[in-house]
Design a protein around this ligand. Structure first.
Ligand code: SF4
Length: 246
């Protein structure tokens, strides 16, 4: 009998970014850095609290999460405490954040794995973080960047929207967006750029009503509804001082 043909492992194909994306990415990094501090708006004092708060932030606002986490962490300060918690009590505490049953299952399961496999500590590696129940690349990148200062580009709905509006990517797939953008900007900028895009998406480039006239990116953003003359001139000088295509 003929041997079965061996399956070839398929590499993830990263599409080329749109033309001019490298320059737009550099300008975005520079301009957003000038107006935002790269911080998460989720209150936390250690990696464990950040992990849990980030998990709770799904489908809700950071403000709501910040209202429930002080009570949650006062009652369950460590992974071991949360791993042994009564689910009904946790559900009650986190109920305002929505999807409280699924979120309770996820944070309890993640806490159990932290205790069983990582000595109760949040691991500082992507491969370990994504093994935790309920943790995807987005949350893992937030944890890496904010808690451990390890470069990570987290892609949430704001980052997906803004990177598309700015044409830094031509994909809506978070994995491809992460792969494309991290090829455009140096690793030391990944975490900060992601956090600043989120802040900009909340404050200025708001979904369905972007405030383009007030936006510091409006002179080069391909989706801008306005094009101020003064900054177009500045952009031209930046363009002429840089080389390279995408
Ligand atoms: S110029 Fe307008 S569309 Fe572009 S990033 Fe700014 S607010 Fe968003």
């Amino acid at each position: 009998m003929a041997p079965k043909a061996q399956k070839k492992k398929r590499a993830v194909r990263v599409p080329l970014p749109p033309p001019g994306a490298r320059l737009r990415a550099a300008l975005t990094v520079e301009r957003l850095k000038a107006i935002y501090t790269a911080v998460t708006e989720l209150d936390h004092v250690n990696p464990f609290q950040l992990l849990i708060a980030t998990m709770l932030s799904t489908q809700t606002t950071d403000k709501l999460v910040n209202l429930v986490t002080p009570h949650l962490f006062a009652r369950y300060p460590t992974a071991a405490d949360l791993a042994a918690a009564d689910p009904a009590e946790v559900e009650k505490l986190i109920k305002p954040t929505g999807y409280f049953r699924a979120k309770t299952r996820a944070i309890l399961a993640a806490s159990r794995m932290l205790v069983e496999e990582f000595g109760g500590e949040v691991p500082p590696r992507m491969d370990d973080l994504v093994r935790l129940p309920g943790i995807g690349r987005k949350t893992a990148n937030v944890i890496l960047g904010v808690a451990f200062d390890v470069p990570g580009f987290a892609v949430d709905t704001h980052v997906t929207r803004l990177t598309n509006l700015l044409k830094l990517t031509n994909s809506r797939d978070p994995v491809k967006i992460e792969a494309q953008v991290t090829r455009l900007v140096p690793p030391k900028e990944w975490s900060g750029l992601s956090l600043r895009l989120i802040l900009h998406g909340r404050r200025i480039c708001i979904a369905r009503r972007p405030r383009c006239p007030e936006c510091v990116l409006n002179d080069f953003c391909p989706s801008s509804s306005t094009r101020p003359k003064a900054r177009v001139a500045k952009r031209t000088s930046v363009l002429s001082s840089r080389r390279g295509g995408s």
